[in-house]
Write a protein that binds this ligand. Structure first.
Ligand SMILES: Nc1nc2c(c(=O)[nH]1)N[C@H]1C(S)=C(S)[C@@H](COP(=O)(O)OP(=O)(O)OC[C@H]3O[C@@H](n4cnc5c(=O)[nH]c(N)nc54)[C@H](O)[C@@H]3O)O[C@H]1N2
Ligand SMILES: Nc1nc2c(c(=O)[nH]1)N[C@H]1C(S)=C(S)[C@@H](COP(=O)(O)OP(=O)(O)OC[C@H]3O[C@@H](n4cnc5c(=O)[nH]c(N)nc54)[C@H](O)[C@@H]3O)O[C@H]1N2
Ligand code: SF4
Ligand SMILES: [Mo]
Length: 705
């Protein structure tokens, strides 16, 4: 008989950094509805449209259910055993002939949202043994990692704004009302930000008047890629307002005098010239910050993906230090997660231990910049990439000059993708290994608990059975690894299962929590607000905060020199391209959800009316957008929300490509903005892609035809 009542089950949402607790309503085995979990102590019932779109993901007929091998233009279902053995043999043959680096790996964003991936990809990477490791980190947060490693001794000793206590919050290059917060895990972030604006000051620094800027106390429309000048200007103003508050760091701070000496040589007005921000505004921000009890400066995507990304993230740390807000409840302070990611055996950070073969770009945290992947595939010679394993990624839409990267990938001798979809990149695969629904697997958030604005912990337990023939993701990675090891004739052992890894991780932390505790707490556990811990946990060799470590210091000097020489000037007739997110987007991969794509189109180019008028462009016109690397055509929406000289195009569109199997997404208009972004355009400190500030030339499509 059909059950007549619903059962409720609980899990964390895996779709973004906010990690909301969700309530899943089942009738029998049928998932009927998803709501926010009101009993989740952290997310308090919050859900966004993406959380609901899990219903579409679950029902999506385009989701692949079994491993497949490409035969010409067709796909042939194969068994897992066959796939692992055959892929192992092919990988081994390539590595035997051309060396281990001939196999590249790319790890996309969902790796950090799935315990079965995040905790296990290091095992796979170690077995493959290649230096050609790439990930979405190099189109995202590399500058954060490098700065934390240099200043605090570990890339994940990342100070998080103590959001619920702040009375002054200066936010650069972040739009949490669309992104739901990032490297600042804070479910229901809108209410939390509104509360700050009510208590004091929420100041948003962004070239566009974003959804977040619209609820802010103040919006400063900065010129793209000039943040480091603005941040230096804030320091010069702070210097005039009052002395740095460093007493609390006592003898655990080195090099700050060097910073002060440099600041004293700089001229505030000159610094502000390229930013488009008035002196009085900068002065007022500095005064507000200095006079606040609980204040923080925070910079995210828009700051890290620009030419001076690392310098900007460095200056943000210096400002929080100057204010005495670093490692202070009510300021910025690292989380101490129940499962530590900064302890013994974790990678503290690195740079330059090896270089990319073609352009000589330095390794960062064990990886090379994905902006170099195409040339490493295309350029012949010893060490050329011949095979790729991608796990949960779509670099053809997500990384600079993506279309050409896709073409290069299509030429590889072997491409193995672990992904539920045939998307713009994985369509080129020779083998595709689909994961099961995440609802059928354990999940513990390794990363976002560590970046959350409170100490929280939750084990999401399976709420659906795994379908027959499906393999948990960690076992897919294990199968690939064992297949390769078997082909090499190497011994291999079964990997520890996720609960064992989780138990080992929890045992290394200080929370006292066990897996059993987590199993009993399906709504998650709140371990309280953030507490100062940075000074005790510093991992620099000196045991002190390094305010001017040689590498960052040199980078800052170089940035100042570049600015003094006028090196920030963009070509005068060009516009500067920036990105944008929408609350109904998820990078490149959720346009197959009807719930998310219905309604108004959201792919268009935003352009200021003055820039349009001077080019004879009218609202709704189709325009041609040209950059150094590519040309695309799309429609324009005139909007005074972007500052003059700036245009904005979201990433993750451009699905109309042969071999893509995303039936709903195929009807979503829009081009890939990464067909315009430039792989030569990098953050100088890390090689992170400078996705923002790309010079583009926009003309009416009819005229340019
Ligand atoms: N111009 C521009 N480009 C950008 C950005 C920008 O702001 N502007 N943002 C950048 C940022 S921050 C990021 S993080 C990158 C993201 O770049 P990527 O990670 O390369 O791209 P995603 O669109 O997140 O693709 C995720 C892929 O994982 C698959 N997937 C989803 N869930 C799972 C799972 O559980 N298991 C497996 N195996 N696969 C899964 C999806 O089908 C999809 O193919 O894009 C970057 N690109
Ligand atoms: N709905 C939704 N949520 C998401 C994602 C998604 O695709 N969709 N992606 C997830 C991922 S992977 C990440 S990393 C996070 C990112 O989360 P956020 O860091 O909040 O990223 P964005 O929303 O892209 O906001 C970046 C902002 O930087 C601004 N900007 C661009 N150039 C500059 C500049 O030069 N200076 C300054 N000051 N600002 C600039 C842009 O206008 C934009 O408003 O979001 C996550 N959450
Ligand atoms: S805000 Fe993020 S975590 Fe919360 S429901 Fe939406 S996508 Fe999921
Ligand atoms: Mo990201």
């Amino acid at each position: 008989m059909e059950p007549t009542t619903d059962t409720l089950r609980y899990r964390a949402c895996p779709l973004c950094e906010a990690i909301c607790g969700l309530e899943f309503r089942f009738r029998g085995d049928t998932l009927r509805a998803i709501h926010g979990d009101p009993e989740d102590p952290f997310s308090r019932g919050h859900i966004c449209p993406k959380g609901n779109a899990i219903l579409d993901l679950e029902a999506d007929p385009d989701r692949l259910q079994q491993p497949m091998r490409r035969v010409g233009a067709d796909w042939q279902p194969v068994s897992w055993e066959f796939a692992f053995a055959e892929i192992g043999r092919e990988l081994h043959a390539i590595q035997s002939e051309s060396g281990r680096d001939a196999v590249a790996m790319y790890f996309g964003n969902p790796n950090v949202h799935h315990f079965g991936l995040g905790a296990y990809v290091p095992f796979l990477a170690r077995a493959v043994g290649t230096r050609n490791l790439y990930s979405a980190s190099s189109v995202d947060q590399w500058p954060h990692q490098l700065v934390c490693w240099q200043m605090y001794g570990h890339q994940w000793l990342l100070p998080i704004p103590d959001l619920d206590q702040l009375d002054t919050f200066v936010m650069l290059g972040a739009n949490p009302l669309a992104s739901n917060g990032s490297l600042m895990t804070a479910a229901d972030v809108t209410e939390r930000l509104k509360a700050i604006a009510k208590r004091g000051h929420l100041i948003v620094v962004d070239p566009r008047r974003t959804e977040t800027a619209a609820i802010a106390s103040q919006h400063l429309p900065i010129r793209p890629a000039s943040d480091f000048c603005f941040l230096l200007a804030l320091l010069t103003e702070l210097r005039r307002i009052g002395p740095p508050r460093l007493a609390v760091y006592a003898n655990q701070l080195r090099g700050f005098e060097r910073v002060l000496d440099l600041i004293d040589t700089l001229d505030t007005d000159a610094l502000l010239a390229p930013t488009g921000i008035a002196r009085a505004d900068a002065r007022a921000v500095a005064e507000t910050l200095y006079s606040a009890t609980n204040a923080a400066v925070y910079g995210r995507m828009g700051v890290s993906t620009q030419r001076f990304g690392t310098v900007s993230q460095y200056l943000i740390q210096l400002i929080n230090l100057y204010l005495g807000q670093l490692d202070r409840a009510g300021g910025v302070l690292p989380n101490e997660p129940a499962f530590p990611i900064t302890g013994p055996g974790t990678s503290r950070g690195s740079r330059g231990r090896w270089q990319s073969r073609v352009r000589g770009l330095p390794e960062v945290s064990g990886e090379l910049p994905v902006a170099a992947l195409r040339e490493e595939i295309e350029t012949p010679g010893v060490g050329q990439i011949r095979a790729l394993i991608s796990v949960a990624g779509n670099p053809a839409l997500s990384t600079p000059d993506g279309a050409r990267l896709g073409q290069a990938i299509s030429q590889l001798a072997l491409y193995v993708a672990v992904d539920p979809y045939l998307n713009e990149t994985t369509r080129h695969a020779h083998w595709i290994l689909p994961p099961p629904s995440h609802l059928g697997e354990d999940h513990y958030d390794l990363f976002f608990n560590a970046f959350a604005i409170r100490r929280i912990a939750r084990l999401s337990q399976p709420i659906l059975p795994l379908p027959a023939g499906a393999l948990p993701q960690w076992q897919i990675l294990q199968g690939l690894t064992h297949g390769l090891q078997a082909a090499r004739g190497e011994p291999h052992q079964p990997w520890p299962d996720p609960r064992t890894v989780l138990a080992q991780g929890l045992a290394k932390g200080s929370s006292g929590l066990t897996v059993a505790d987590l199993v009993l707490s399906e709504h998650g556990i709140d371990l309280g607000p953030l507490q100062p811990s940075l000074l005790r946990r510093l991992q620099t060799e000196s045991g002190a905060i390094e305010a001017a470590p040689d590498f960052l210091w040199q980078l800052l000097q170089d940035a100042v020199q570049a600015w003094l020489r006028g090196g920030l000037a963009a070509p005068t007739d060009a516009l500067q391209l920036i990105g944008r997110r929408h609350v109904r987007s998820n990078n490149s991969w959720m346009h197959n959800s009807e719930r998310l794509v219905k309604g108004k189109p959201r792919h268009q180019l935003l352009m200021h009316p003055e820039d349009a008028a001077s080019r004879g462009i009218v609202d709704g016109a189709t325009v041609q957008i040209r950059s150094r690397v590519g040309t695309v055509q799309t429609e324009v929406v005139l909007s005074a929300d972007v500052r003059p000289g700036v245009v904005s195009l979201p990433h993750g569109f451009g699905h109309q490509q042969d071999g893509v199997r995303l039936h709903r997404a195929a009807h979503v208009n829009g081009v890939s903005c990464n067909d315009l972004t430039d792989p030569e355009h990098l953050d100088g400190g890390t090689g992170n892609a400078a996705l923002n500030g790309t010079p583009v030339w926009v003309t009416c499509a009819d005229q340019s035809a």
